[in-house]
Design a protein around this ligand. Structure first.
Ligand SMILES: [Zn+2]
Length: 265
């Protein structure tokens, strides 16, 4: 082969590598599964407990307070994340016997197949977040094959800091603690602008929480899935921030509000 032939072969192989990596990522479609089950007899315990499953089958389990409602027993391939150790986000017996990798209210990074977890310290109170450990809450960022999910645990500082916003970047799906705290919650959503917000800590939907929820419905498109499991694909997520209620807790809200069903587009 002459020099020209070698060169064109080189160009061709670089181009195909780009298509296989960078270029492919921009157009690829990532499907993830979300499992959000509740113990309806518990008050707020387990209201932030969710499970994500990546396309390659890596399961990320977050804030397990009620092990009895997880979808299946944990394995060595699973990842457990605990944003903080309050009783409604944590089970000592589950966490200490967990066979896989885990981060418990701590900074760190976990790489596993098509999943990468990173961490951002935040504040559990209206104080700004501390700049050194111990932290009162950790926001976990879970990157799944180009799709970015964030779980806020109980982030209750009044505003997100510039540093947090920068580190969070473009979030596709955010699990954010609602608590009916209209001012703080609305500020966080407007600062972050995720494509989908799945509110946690909906509680039993008392009058105050429902009043705040009514304002969400006036401000953002809101949908619901009553089942415990929903599959989302990155290409079908809405461009503008929308709310998605998932699981049995949704039923309480749908008694008061007419919430359209989420359509997997
Ligand atoms: Zn909580």
């Amino acid at each position: 082969m002459n020099a020209k032939g070698v060169l064109s072969l080189l160009v061709l192989s670089v181009a195909s590598t780009l298509i296989a990596t960078g270029c492919n990522r921009a157009t690829s479609d990532t499907h993830i599964s979300i499992y959000y089950a509740h113990d309806m007899t518990a008050d707020i315990r387990g209201d932030a407990q969710v499970e994500l499953a990546s396309p390659k089958g890596i399961r990320v389990i977050i804030d397990v307070a009620i092990p009895a409602v997880i979808s299946k027993p944990p394995t060595r391939e699973d990842i457990l994340l605990t944003t903080h150790t309050d009783y409604d986000h944590y089970s000592y017996s589950f966490a200490s016997a967990f066979p896989g990798k885990q981060l418990c209210k701590e900074e760190g990074r976990i790489d596993a197949s098509d999943v990468m977890v990173s961490s951002i310290p935040s504040s559990h109170s209206d104080e700004p977040p501390s700049d050194k450990p111990p932290y009162t809450n950790i926001i976990y960022v879970i990157d799944i094959n180009g799709l970015r999910v964030a779980h806020f645990g109980d982030t209750r500082q009044l505003k997100l800091t510039e540093k947090q916003i920068k580190e969070l970047g473009k979030v596709d799906i955010a699990f954010m603690n609602f608590w009916g705290e209209e001012e703080r919650f609305f500020i966080h959503v407007k600062q972050l602008k995720p494509r989908v917000v799945i509110p946690t800590h909906l509680g039993s939907g008392d009058t105050n929480m429902k009043a705040a929820f009514g304002m969400i419905m006036e401000t953002w498109p809101t949908y619901m899935v009553e089942e415990k499991q929903v599959d989302l694909s990155s290409s079908a997520l809405p461009r503008k921030t929308s709310f998605l209620l998932v699981g049995e807790r949704t039923k309480e809200y749908s008694r008061t509000f007419s919430i359209p069903k989420w359509k997997t587009r």
